[in-house]
Design a protein around this ligand. Structure first.
Ligand SMILES: CC1=C(CCC(=O)O)c2cc3nc(cc4[nH]c(cc5[nH]c(cc1n2)c(C)c5CCC(=O)O)c(CCC(=O)O)c4C)C(CCC(=O)O)=C3C
Ligand SMILES: [Fe+2]
Length: 311
């Protein structure tokens, strides 16, 4: 008897692969409207600041997808898993990934996003595109919607907090303010009763409980400039408040909304937030990204398997 075959559509935001791709990428994010020269320069400068012409970000995603495929096949030797990438704003697009599965003769598939928290605007949008394309091609596909409380995800993040706290030397734990962050979204998601803010708080509370931390709060980061309000407080304001009102001089940022080294982590936190922290005399550290951490891969393997229909 031949092994059951399952295709896994691994979706993520996508990133340019070189500086000259930034314009096309940004135009796609803006639904076909090219950015102004100032907007383009601003984004290109941010990429240049973190990569200096060399783009490791896409490679990080490639490694995660390969590690997940290896992990799924090791966890379930009776099934043959193949992972396909589907990106929101870069090739291969989500639709390309679905099309490739169909070409390869995949009849049963599972979709998962490399972001643990569900929001209609992010994960919901990925799922809709994949679902529409799959329906067109007659492919059966189930989706993982969120996995923000998976024990192995919580364990991986908790370990990072505990490890990174050692960088504060002898400073007592009560003097280090922990700030969990995630990508902000337009405030209008609140009217839509979107689960995103609550899921992020659930992850934060669970990690705090597991690591025995009481001195923590949540903050948003990387808000867009769209002329409408985005969820706050922003991490830069949080640093101000922590310094002026709470008088903490030590801050550990844990970006729970990002699972790998992205622009938001390497620029918005490591460059921009670090600069604000320096100006305020704050010692700021951040937890390393999950990337291909075996605990994270274990969590993904688990939630994907739970969506597989066994023959
Ligand atoms: C919720 C969310 C996540 C987390 C969940 C998930 O991962 O999906 C996320 C991740 C990411 N966002 C990314 C990059 C960008 N996002 C932008 C703009 C936007 N993000 C939004 C939301 C999110 N984004 C939204 C509502 C916009 C406004 C326009 C729109 O409606 O889409 C812009 C435009 C300029 C700017 O505003 O900075 C860029 C360059 C990268 C890749 C960076 C890299 O190369 O490593 C990643 C992982
Ligand atoms: Fe984004």
């Amino acid at each position: 008897m031949s092994k059951q075959r399952i295709g896994v559509l691994v979706m993520s935001y996508g990133t340019p692969e070189s500086l000259d791709q930034v314009e096309a990428y940004y135009t796609h994010i803006r639904r076909g409207h090219p950015p102004t020269p100032e907007q383009l320069k601003d984004l290109t400068d941010r990429y240049e600041a973190i990569v200096g012409g060399f783009f490791p970000l896409r490679e990080n995603t490639n490694k995660q997808v390969q590690a997940l495929e290896d992990r799924l096949n090791a966890d379930h030797p009776d099934i043959s898993f193949t992972c396909y990438q589907g990106l929101k704003h870069a090739v291969p697009y989500i639709e390309d990934g679905v099309e490739q599965m169909v070409k390869d003769g995949i009849e049963q598939a599972v979709g998962v996003v490399l972001a643990p928290h569900y929001s209609t605007m992010s994960v919901g949008g990925y799922i809709k595109r994949a679902q529409d394309k799959a329906a067109e091609s007659g492919l059966q596909i189930n989706f993982v919607k969120s996995y923000h409380l998976h024990p192995q995800l919580l364990e991986a993040l908790s370990q990072r907090i505990t490890d990174t706290l050692t960088r504060f030397g002898d400073t007592s734990r009560d003097e280090v303010r922990i700030v969990f962050t995630a990508h902000s979204l337009p405030e209008k998601i609140l009217e839509m009763k979107d689960p995103y803010p609550e899921q992020l708080l659930e992850t934060s509370r669970a990690i705090a409980a597991q690591t025995g931390i009481s001195n923590w709060q949540f903050g948003w980061q990387s808000a867009g400039q769209t002329g409408t309000p985005w969820l706050g407080p922003d991490i830069l304001d949080v640093l101000q408040t922590i310094s002026s009102e709470k008088q903490f001089k030590h801050v550990l940022v844990c970006p729970i909304g990002f699972v790998s080294d992205h622009l938001e982590v390497l620029y918005d936190l490591d460059i921009e937030a670090q600069k604000t922290a320096r100006e305020l005399g704050i010692h700021l550290e951040r937890t390393p990204s999950l990337n291909t951490d075996p605990l994270y891969m274990g969590a993904l393997s688990d939630v994907v398997y739970a969506q597989c229909e066994r023959k």
